[in-house]
Design a protein around this ligand. Structure first.
Ligand code: HEC
Length: 318
């Protein structure tokens, strides 16, 4: 008989049923590969396991805080909370007016949460005629909190720019739309008063955005205009290594000149320079990389800028 090799002689699949251990012979190459891959992964990550470290989470390189909004300061007069927490016809009428102008687009004319502007919102605007599921609650003091702080993560923003009496009026009007609503106890009202200094009144200060402040500074210092222009010229006309370095650290030559001409402390040393740049980074014409220069680069940069600065002062004195 011919001794011809046939695969079925090698692997008799039916035999596995009788003797399942033999299956191992077939799968072991795959098993070994799997063990090697898992083993390699384990070995490469051994450092993290042993040192209990976390892989670095890098922030975007020049992450900065968002601009703060512009706000006009105002004096909020103190009110008698006990008195204005009792609704009267005049307040409700005032509240209705404010509600129409500010709230009905989302909460609907009857307060059912069915305003056009609210239809696409998630969560949906509150239906004031139902008492289920309120986040802060439907008491006067609780609605006050909502108007003061908004509901984070929803379309309900704070309405704390409305004056105190107007906000009470609004709440009285909303209550008038509700078939029933929970009432505040005396201590609820006292807490409300204390928490938000309602009877004292408060002064909020003016606040302008950083970029606006920088523009203002630019204006205010326009008497330094010639110096700033000369400094810009100095920065733009250098060549060689220092030009490369300047290119690396300066994002806006005009702004950088303003920063340097007006800066009070940076001349005294590299540390003072870094501190001054860091305090206004991203608005002073320097890139964030300035804060990560090597010691040598920093010394070179600082002494160049210092020389340029001194030359200007000599010129302006002569
Ligand atoms: C842009 C749409 C929008 C406008 C305008 C709006 N709201 Fe809302 N409001 C919402 C949404 C959305 C919710 C639901 C928030 C949630 O459940 O997280 C809400 C919830 C509320 C709540 C319930 C808070 C709670 O405890 O659950 C009150 C009270 C309220 N709004 C009052 C007002 C008043 C008063 C005005 C007008 C000065 C107003 N809203 C204007 C969208 C709006």
């Amino acid at each position: 008989m011919e001794n011809k090799f046939r695969p079925e002689d090698e692997i008799d699949y039916k035999d596995f049923l009788k003797n399942p251990l033999r299956l191992f012979a077939v799968v072991y190459p795959y098993l070994i590969m799997l063990i090697i891959v898992v083993g390699m992964y384990w070995v490469f990550n051994l450092d993290h396991a042993i040192l209990n470290t976390q892989q670095k989470q890098l922030l975007a390189r020049d992450t900065v805080a968002p601009e703060i909004p512009m706000q006009k300061g105002a004096m909020m007069e103190g009110v008698n909370v006990k008195e204005i927490s009792v609704p009267n016809a005049e307040m409700i009428a005032k509240g209705a007016e404010l509600y129409k102008a500010n709230c009905s687009s989302c909460h609907g004319n009857e307060g059912k949460g069915d305003g056009i502007a609210g239809s696409g919102l998630n969560p949906k605007p509150r239906n004031f005629t139902e008492l289920d599921g309120w986040k802060n609650g439907a008491k006067l003091s609780e609605m006050w909190k909502t108007l003061e702080e908004g509901i984070p993560g929803s379309g309900m923003v704070a309405y704390n720019y409305l004056n105190v009496v107007d906000r009470f009026a609004l709440i009285h009007y909303m209550h008038s739309l509700m078939p029933d609503f929970p009432k505040d106890s005396d201590s609820d009202l006292e807490t409300l008063d204390l928490t938000y200094s309602l009877s004292e009144g408060k002064v909020t200060s003016n606040q302008i955005s950083v970029s606006m402040a920088m523009n203002k500074m630019t204006e205010e210092y326009s008497n330094n205009k010639t110096k700033i222009e000369q400094f810009t010229k100095e920065l733009n006309t250098v060549e060689g290594d220092i030009a490369v370095l300047l290119d690396k650290v300066i994002s806006n030559t005009d702004k950088a000149s303003i920063t340097l001409v007006n800066g009070k402390n940076w001349q005294s040393g590299t540390n003072a320079f870094i501190n001054e740049i860091a305090s206004t980074i991203n608005n002073n014409g320097f890139k964030a990389i300035t804060l990560r220069l090597t010691k040598d680069e920093l010394t070179t940069l600082h002494s160049f800028l210092l020389n340029a600065h001194n030359r200007l002062n000599l010129q302006s004195q002569s």
